[in-house]
Design a protein around this ligand. Structure first.
Ligand code: HEC
Ligand code: HEC
Length: 217
């Protein structure tokens, strides 16, 4: 009887401790590589180095506040995606922040291998000059030169898989992504044709993830 009481007390203590511990319930590296009950490993889709592939975005080296916002947006339904919504909803706000910090600190992958479309292709022109006849500023004006990203609000487009970037632009056109501040991206995407989208997605996929990489001889 005594031993049982002891075990019961230890169990109770463990439960109380677990409840009292503030939200940092997950170990980001473990969740990323192995997953946990009900949550598949992030690396299964985003890659072991966080470089992304196909429809799965690069996470390595992205801005932490931006990623945390995206995870919150999957959770609140302003960004709709069947793969990410259940995962984002299974994470507490503190867990989402921890995962965002973890991936932000990962080294950015080296320049993508694909050759960039020509500088005067529709994508190259949209990226660098915009299309003022349609009121579209150069993507680089918000997303930074070469699409390396600017601060918390303007994400990197460089070294993102082309299929992923194209899917986001189509999602804004279709209204399944509605999380952009003052509908900046909705207005941009509405002006693009399917071939514009393909070309600009290919353009950014081929840009190096950091400006430092561009200037290295
Ligand atoms: C089953 C595949 C899958 C798994 C597992 C997965 N993701 Fe994703 N993730 C996706 C897809 C697909 C997208 C793009 C969704 C879209 O098109 O809107 C995405 C998008 C994201 C984004 C938005 C990035 C951006 O640039 O906007 C973040 C952040 C993210 N995932 C984090 C995670 C984390 C953290 C985990 C692990 C806890 C994880 N993902 C596990 C498929 C997955
Ligand atoms: C006026 C500023 C502005 C311009 C110009 C602009 N964007 Fe954006 N873009 C944004 C903002 C803000 C976001 C972040 C939306 C959010 O918070 O989810 C964004 C997000 C994106 C994303 C989603 C990235 C991710 O991983 O979540 C893609 C793709 C994108 N923009 C492509 C483009 C392309 C291509 C162009 C040029 C044709 C362009 N943008 C021009 C402001 C801009």
């Amino acid at each position: 009887m005594r031993a049982r009481d002891g075990i019961a007390r230890i169990l109770l203590l463990a439960i109380l401790l677990a409840c009292a511990t503030p939200a940092a319930a997950i170990d980001p590296a473990t969740l990323a590589s192995r997953g946990s009950a009900g949550i598949p490993p992030c690396s299964g889709c985003h890659g072991a180095s966080g470089a992304g592939q196909l429809m799965f975005p690069r996470l390595a080296g992205l801005n932490a506040a931006y990623m945390a916002k995206q995870l919150a947006d999957f959770n609140n339904g302003t960004r709709i995606n069947a793969a990410m919504q259940p995962i984002a909803s299974a994470l507490s706000p503190a867990d989402r922040q921890a995962m965002a910090d973890y991936y932000a600190a990962m080294p950015v992958p080296v320049a993508a291998a694909a050759p960039a479309p020509a500088a005067d292709s529709p994508g190259g022109l949209l990226a660098r000059r915009g299309r003022w006849s349609k009121g579209v500023p150069a993507c680089g004006q918000c997303h930074g030169p070469g699409g390396v990203g600017v601060g918390d609000a303007f994400p990197a487009l460089a070294a993102q898989p082309a299929a992923y970037t194209a899917a986001q632009l189509h999602a804004w056109q279709a209204g399944t992504r509605r999380n952009d501040p003052i509908e900046l991206m909705r207005h941009v995407a509405a002006q693009l044709s399917d071939s514009d989208i393909q070309s600009v997605a290919d353009w950014f996929a081929a840009q190096p993830a950091s400006l430092a990489a561009t200037t290295t001889p």
